[in-house]
Design a protein around this ligand. Sequence first.
Ligand code: CP
Length: 315
Amino acid sequence: MPTNFCSLADVPNLADWVQLAQQFQQDPWQSADLGRRKTLGLFFFNPSIRTRLSTQRAAQQLGLELIVMNMGAEGWQLETKDGVVMDGDKAEHIRDAIGVMGQYCDLIGVRAFAGLQDRSLDYAEPVLEGFCQHAGVPILNLESATQHPLQAFADVLSIEAHKTKSRPKIVLTWAPHVKPLPQAVANSFLQWTAAMNYEVVVTHPQGYDLAPEMMQGVRYEADKHAALEGADFVYAKNWASYTHYGQILHADRQWTLSAKDMELTDQAYFMHCLPVRRNLVVEDAVIDGPRSLVQVQARNRIFSAQAALYQLLQD
Ligand code: CP
């Protein structure tokens, strides 16, 4: 089986990976020949701006050729269930399509969000796992049903560049949204920041507990204001309920991150992965303020992708 980058579990030494990405921040073109005569295929089952563009840029900086396909708009509708009679609207089985893609590419990146209907199915990662099993080439996770490791890696790089304490306090605070969103960003952010040995606190309304395996090294604080006290970094993010899977239980605007909330912190930096619903997730005054890191995070997506691709090419 080829080596993949699907989650933190695929990172044997996080400190080394952070250092590698920091080297690419300093000198993006230092390995410009590594990917010569190799092709990276990027397959998107869901929309993207940052992931698509940053991974393309990272690939260019490693000398890779690119194939990019928006599966929803440009490809056949794919059947993902095994053993079904394909007499509906799905023209091709994903097993067959993945086998084909694997022959055209030396590396594959795939984005496939959670369906948010069936928790067991989503947490089994059928599309990402299907690529890992059937492509025959290394797989890069561009955000799957339950994980967004390239985002969390970029978030860690952003914290490392701005922290003034060896063990900063990082708060992930749930925020309202009009649509049910997956838990992938929150899951990966907690896992990666806990692995960095930061002080990690999550706060959310009742019913928004994340999967227990995401909470290792993380403290839950029910009171949002208590959680924010003394924070060095505050990450606002919506996710749909894990326990009442995929449901929106709460639309309380008290959870919108405000400038007043930020006064409780130790002049914390504000973080969000983008895209963000302004004045629903976070007030304009916070995201447009001098302590907002959202553009830094977006830039670091290039270097997290470059470091991950570099490691896959080495393997
Ligand atoms: N943060 C992030 O993954 O952005 P996109 O969905 O635009 O790729």
